[in-house]
Design a binder for this molecule. Structure first.
Ligand SMILES: [Zn+2]
Length: 466
């Protein structure tokens, strides 16, 4: 089955043909570790992590690198504010990032390069750029000479004027051209710094990805991905640096960009106070729900995070888990072989909304299966496809008891009330049974009476959130 991907470079959906099927390479821009990441930051890691899973099926020797930016002015500010060394901030938030990704079901990359561990490679790349006339040193800085690279702007499709406006570039007297960007900048004694041919300083942000990508994946890589907020200037600058440092060789053959996430129709921002911190969301919601939310829109589209969408996602997942609960007695393990239509959706530029629709169809098929063999196969296909998306791995009983949602709930107490209500019903004391049902509802628990006896579950996510 052919994998087709939208390439930002050509603005087209293309067949993915790796340079070397024995070593497919992918680089995703990772987090700057000075705080917890928000749910919008997590979108590329979930979606491109899924792409890595898909690629690995066909190319087991995929090398997937996702960096950690551990030198940055925001980190310096956070460390100064907290009155601690910079490494205290970066170590803490890098560890929290890894833990949050694991809880969100995101596979770890093969390589997780840190910027501060690649200073010699960064300096060497800048020296090469200067030697070849693509960069220059000025007042303790090293700057990329944008005029030396005629293809500058091709990736983002912007004119030079737009680029200058878009980057809100600093007009500095040491720059030849306002669009020239920093490769290296001087550090005052209180800031992190390394000795370099241009004095003690630290790297600019863009050069680290070029240097780390070269160090671990080579001069030309297959896929480079990140949020579309990185398209300009970050990725445009990476292209300029890497292409010029490698004698004109193409840097990344396929560029993938995901759309931005809004909250209740508004841009997520600190000033609006609507930042959805992943670490907090993971306390409140199961990872299935968060992953479902991130996958329900196609990765290139914008994604709106809202209470209504959460409730809808919860209902859909409840439906899938209801099927699994009803078929609990059907012995089935997740199938390794994924259904054709499921794979076809993912091979079509990672069409996750369609892949999720296939999950629902598989659940339907499992429910309606006429004979035990067909039912086993359908359940197995549902579990296999779910596992591939990082969904449906929770025991259905646990899912409906919402154990991952709120640890403060006393499940034994809930069970007592459910049992008491059942006893009251048996004794035909319906007033008492109704009273107990109301008491349970106040705890956020709904009871369903089924032929197998009463089952309880939490009310929807939106209610829990309220
Ligand atoms: Zn990057």
């Amino acid at each position: 089955m052919k994998l087709r991907l939208h390439n930002s470079l050509t603005r087209r959906v293309e067949d993915f043909v790796p340079l070397d099927p024995q070593r497919v390479t992918m680089y995703v821009c990772g987090p700057t570790v000075y705080n917890y990441v928000h749910i919008g930051n997590a979108r590329p890691y979930v979606l491109f992590g899924l792409l890595a899973r898909l690629l690995r099926r066909e190319y087991p020797k995929l090398v997937y690198a996702r960096n950690i930016t551990d030198v940055d002015d925001k980190i310096n500010t956070a460390a100064a504010t907290a009155g601690v060394p910079i490494a205290t901030i970066t170590d803490r938030y890098a560890a929290d990032f890894r833990a949050d990704m694991a809880r969100l079901g995101v596979d770890a990359p093969d390589i997780e390069p840190h910027a501060t561990q690649h200073i010699p490679q960064i300096i060497a790349m800048i020296e090469r750029l200067i030697a070849d006339g693509h960069a220059y040193a000025a007042e303790g800085h090293a700057l990329f000479d944008v005029a030396s690279f005629p293809a500058y702007g091709e990736l983002s499709g912007r004119s030079t004027d737009e680029m200058i406006a878009g980057a809100r570039v600093e007009v500095a007297p040491y720059k030849k051209n306002p669009a020239d960007f920093v490769l290296w900048k001087p550090s005052t004694p209180d800031l992190p710094g390394w000795d370099s041919p241009w004095g003690r300083g630290r790297p600019g942000w863009h050069i680290e990805c070029s240097a780390m990508s070269e160090a671990h994946l080579g001069e030309t890589i297959d896929i480079h991905a990140g949020g579309n907020d990185l398209l300009f200037p970050h990725h445009e600058n990476e292209v300029a640096q890497s292409t010029c440092a490698h004698g004109g060789k193409i840097f990344a053959r396929y560029w993938l960009h995901n759309g931005m996430l809004s909250v209740e129709g508004r841009k997520m921002s600190k000033s609006l106070g609507n930042t959805m911190v992943l670490h907090q969301l993971l306390e409140k919601y199961p990872s299935d729900l968060l992953r479902y939310m991130l996958m329900k829109a196609h990765y290139r589209q914008p994604l709106d995070w809202s209470a209504a969408a959460l409730e809808q996602a919860q209902r859909t997942l409840d439906g899938l888990y209801t099927t699994l609960r009803d078929l609990a007695a059907v012995p089935a393990a997740p199938a390794d072989e994924l259904p054709e239509e499921f794979l076809a959706a993912l091979h079509d530029d990672l069409n996750t909304p369609e892949a999720l629709a296939v999950l629902s169809r598989l659940a339907d098929a499992a429910r309606k299966a006429g004979d035990p063999q067909t039912q086993r196969e359908a359940k197995s296909a549902l579990l296999g496809a779910g596992a591939f998306l990082g969904l449906l791995q929770v025991d259905p009983e646990v899912w409906f008891q919402g154990a991952t949602q709120d640890s403060s709930l006393d499940e034994a107490h809930v069970q007592q009330l459910v049992d008491a209500r059942q006893a009251a019903k048996k004794a035909k004391n319906f007033a008492e049974a109704d009273r107990l049902r109301a008491e349970l509802l106040e705890l956020g628990i709904v009871v369903e009476d089924t032929p197998q006896g009463p089952r309880w579950k939490r009310t929807s996510a939106a209610t829990v959130a309220a």
